[in-house]
Write a protein that binds this ligand. Structure first.
Ligand SMILES: O=C([O-])CC(=O)C(=O)O
Ligand code: NI
Length: 257
């Protein structure tokens, strides 16, 4: 990702990103990861963007050794931390682990290396320190206890599989109706290392780097924002929304393959 692309992504909202992924690439969930809350960094103008640097956490009994990931983080990345599937639940609170795996000292260390923010599919602590640092952190929940002896980081630069939908809700993460009779299961969405991440007040979106042409997506989103602005003007003049949308959406036809 070039500096220009990064700057442009940080000017888009997560809603803009989801519109682009849905309309240009047919990704029905719009790349949106539900249930994360923004804990800090709200004062930043624009969105938080960067390439995903992924860290996988496993139970302390996992045979893999604990690794140090916090001291070698690429600048302009977004640190993404998640658990192995058996430690995740697809209904609230989304993780079985009540300990926090990210805190103020780690935020400090990440920030000094130029990391743009942290996403934890689990719990975090020391939010007062995140706020003081103006360092953006998103998480499922909060905790007070550190992770020692309970979970440990076991892999970096790996695909993270996130359980996002409940087996009690008959709709999967891509918006398809699924049979209620298919029994217990978790429906996962992946984040690959190096995916483009954009976060804001709505939460977190992910642009899959393997399948999305970032320049094409950016060009589409710029046009889509223009269309929305034109429709907003029409609505202000008293025009009906649907007719205005039809009129201006033609601007987006050129993107259809
Ligand atoms: O001890 C931990 O797991 C994290 C923590 O509090 C910090 O980074 O300040
Ligand atoms: Ni701490």
């Amino acid at each position: 990702m070039t500096d220009d692309q990064l700057k442009t992504l940080s000017e888009f909202s997560t809603c803009d990103i989801s519109d682009g992924l849905q309309n240009l690439y047919g990704i029905k969930d719009g790349g949106y990861f539900p249930n994360l809350c923004q804990r800090s960094g709200q004062e930043k103008t624009g969105s938080i963007a960067g390439k995903a640097f992924t860290v996988l956490f496993a139970h302390a009994s996992d045979e893999r050794p604990s690794i140090n990931y916090i001291d070698e983080l690429p600048s302009n990345s977004v640190l993404v931390m998640a658990y192995t599937p058996e430690l995740q639940t697809s209904v609230a609170p989304y993780t079985y682990v009540n300990n926090a795996i990210f805190g103020g000292l780690m935020a400090r260390r990440a920030q000094i290396q130029g990391v743009n923010g942290t996403i934890v599919f689990g719990r975090v602590r020391d939010i007062g320190e995140f706020t003081d640092l103006k360092y953006p952190v998103f998480s499922y929940g909060l905790g007070a206890a550190a992770s020692k002896g309970v979970v440990k980081p076991v892999a970096i630069n790996t695909t993270l599989s996130i359980a996002t939908s409940s087996d009690t809700i008959p709709i999967d993460s891509s918006g398809q109706l699924v049979s209620k009779s298919c029994g217990k299961r978790k429906i996962a969405m992946n984040i690959d290392d190096g995916d483009y991440i954009v976060c804001d007040v709505h939460g977190v979106t992910r642009i899959p780097h393997a399948t999305v042409d970032l320049d094409r997506l950016i060009t589409y989103i710029k046009s889509s924002i223009k269309v929305d602005a034109l429709v907003a003007e029409d609505i202000l003049k008293g025009e009906p929304a649907e007719a205005s949308k039809r009129k201006h959406r033609a601007l987006l036809e050129k993107f259809k393959d």
